[in-house]
Design a binder for this molecule. Structure first.
Ligand SMILES: [Fe+2]
Length: 154
């Protein structure tokens, strides 16, 4: 799996979200091959494992336990694509109200095998409201930097 990522991503200088998603979709038997890279949660509510990084791209495997959420955050200047490997995903998209506060704007649902795209500047929260863990593989370009966390504007 890592060889595939190195070969494919090494050639992508400024990929768009579709190209990033295609690289993830092309991994054969990903539901089995991802197992050694899935980390249990440690300091965060979810497990996070950076499995590949180069100058232009970064790949992170996320394990979000049942009934857990990520923070509300942006991705700095990066774009990205996420492939749902196991479970189901709710992607809640937010709009910044102030420097640190955001309100929910829309929500999208994804099933196993579906891709979720993260446009530049998007603020979001990933939610697993189901009884099974969610395993997600994310590709970002450029590698994540200066991401920001927001609080919910109530
Ligand atoms: Fe994110």
């Amino acid at each position: 799996m890592l060889t595939h990522l190195e070969e494919r991503l090494g050639r992508l200088i400024q990929p768009n979200v579709v190209e990033l998603g295609n690289v993830l979709k092309e991994i054969v038997n990903i539901d089995q091959r991802i197992t050694p890279y899935v980390k249990e949660p440690e300091q965060n509510a979810y497990g996070r494992n950076v499995i590949y990084q180069c100058e232009h791209t970064e790949i992170i495997v996320i394990m979000l336990p049942s009934h857990c959420v990520t923070s509300i955050h942006d991705h700095g200047d990066s774009i990205g694509a996420g492939l749902v490997v196991k479970g189901r995903l709710r992607n809640c998209v937010f709009k910044a109200q102030t420097e640190n506060l955001a309100i929910e704007k829309a929500e999208y649902q994804f099933r196993e095998g579906q891709l979720c795209f993260y446009s530049r500047g998007m603020i979001h929260q990933i939610v697993n409201s189901y009884s099974d863990p969610l395993i997600l593989i994310n590709a970002y370009s450029p590698p994540l930097q200066n991401t920001k966390v927001y609080q919910l504007d109530k």
